[in-house]
Design a protein around this ligand. Structure first.
Ligand SMILES: Cc1cc2nc3c(=O)[nH]c(=O)nc-3n(C[C@H](O)[C@H](O)[C@H](O)COP(=O)(O)OP(=O)(O)OC[C@H]3O[C@@H](n4cnc5c(N)ncnc54)[C@H](O)[C@@H]3O)c2cc1C
Length: 396
């Protein structure tokens, strides 16, 4: 079934899709009836909520100014009006619950007026005056499209995917953290914030927990260098012409696998108390026995453990890769050598088709995936972004 054309179609109702839709409706006066949004999750932000719950995240890593409203003060005001003080210092990082309560409140009216299709977009084809978005069971036509499909798939090492029972990843759809936390012994493979938070929580619940990390952990307040949000480092990124050089800078500035000081302190205390063991090794294989898994590293064998989970972050690939490749084929839109879209300064990839989040990384820079990345994307798409942070599309 094809409906009459919408003005806008949004792919993804996560942090970025929700921020952009709220901005369009509430700040730019775009009629909510002219927007359609696709996402397989029945509630906006459902994936964000599940992932933060799966790592038992207590507070956000970003400051309270990074919320789902264009006004940077709204989370603080929301908390004050309700007598809430659930921030952690410095930077007033809101609790996950406060962030969520605020998000529900600022998004409720917008989402109640926008058409949502609870399905994935499988393909997008150009047609006269716009695009047809093909979902799992419906189609919609829209003049303009914004792709905000979030993160790439969780990174699963070969040893964990091969043979026997697969080892779950903390960001898998089916990962059941409550069940994981009832184990008497568990190993967490990976060393970033997700791994550390889950390890400490499991240990607090009486689970004998082993954290197996390949690389030494680094400690930073934020998971990407905040200098790239504005004029301190933005122009340095903008001055880089070749995509592969931008990608290299993004990798260095994204601080993947780092943790903020409070998480490091919690882990250190748990290790000192003997509640968590930390092993520095790279896991290369596993041996399954009934109800038990033994892990084989380059320098030793570990376990057996009742439960093992991967906390190995996300793959080095564009999110919604199959859809991105299909759109590139259908429209002739250009891809960088790493498969990410080559977009212009307004994040337009091809005529009236825009991207946000990780897909916009080669133009927005290191903060593109974060909450603040949605603010930066909105400024670029809808105008009024500061020239100091602007940059042209890079060259393949
Ligand atoms: C546990 C965790 C904690 C984080 N904490 C912070 C933090 O404190 N501060 C910060 O700035 N950043 C943080 N981040 C990073 C980032 O802000 C989040 O990953 C955020 O969710 C990114 O927003 P997004 O909209 O790009 O992705 P998501 O919120 O994941 O939303 C993407 C949506 O797109 C949908 N989708 C994908 N493909 C399709 C398709 N083909 N059709 C339709 N829909 C599709 C998905 O179902 C999903 O609902 C965190 C990330 C994680 C995983």
């Amino acid at each position: 079934m094809t409906d009459s054309p919408f003005g806008w179609a949004i792919v993804g109702t996560g942090i970025h899709g929700s921020f952009l839709v709220r901005t369009m409706v509430e700040d730019l006066g775009i009629s909510p009836g002219s927007i359609v949004a696709f996402d397989p999750h029945s509630e906006p932000l459902a994936l964000w909520r599940r992932r933060s719950r799966n790592i038992m995240m207590t507070h956000l890593r970003s400051p309270a100014s990074h919320g789902l409203h264009t006004d940077f003060r709204t989370i603080r005001r929301f908390a004050t009006a309700r007598g809430r003080t659930d921030f952690t210092l410095p930077y007033h990082r809101p609790s996950a619950e406060l962030f969520d309560d605020h998000a529900r409140t600022v998004l409720a009216d917008t989402w109640s007026r926008v058409a949502r299709r609870v399905e994935s977009v499988r393909a997008v084809f150009p047609v006269s005056g716009g695009y047809v978005l093909s979902g799992e069971s419906t189609e919609a036509t829209a003049k303009r499209v914004i792709l905000a499909p979030g993160q790439p798939a969780p990174r699963v090492p070969e040893w964990a995917a091969a043979g026997g029972v697969s080892i779950p990843h903390i960001y898998d759809d089916g990962f059941d953290v409550s069940r994981f936390l009832t184990a008497s012994s568990a190993a967490i493979v990976g060393g970033g914030l997700g791994a550390v938070t889950l390890a400490v929580t499991a240990a607090e619940r009486g689970c004998k927990t082993t954290l197996i990390t390949r690389d030494p952990r680094t400690v930073h307040y934020f998971d990407s260098d905040p200098g790239y949000i504005g004029p301190r480092c933005g122009p340095r990124f903008a001055a880089i012409r070749r995509c592969r050089d931008r990608r290299e800078l993004i990798r260095a500035a994204r601080r993947t696998g780092s943790v903020p000081p409070d998480a490091e302190q919690r882990l250190t205390a748990a290790i000192r108390a003997g509640a968590v063991s930390e092993v520095r090794d790279e896991v290369v294989d596993r041996v399954n026995a009934p109800g038990r898994v033994e892990l084989i590293g380059r320098s030793g064998r570990y376990g057996p453990f009742e439960r093992v989970v991967l906390a190995t972050g996300f793959a080095d690939a564009p999110p919604a890769g199959a859809l991105i490749r299909q759109i590139a084929r259908a429209t002739g839109a250009r891809l960088a050598p790493d498969g990410f879209p080559l977009v212009d300064e307004s994040l337009q990839w091809t005529m009236d088709l825009y991207v946000s989040g990780a897909l916009a990384e080669l133009t927005v820079g290191p903060p593109a995936r974060n909450i603040i990345g949605a603010h930066l994307a909105a400024r670029r798409m809808f105008g009024a972004y500061p020239s100091s942070t602007s940059s042209s599309s890079c060259e393949a």
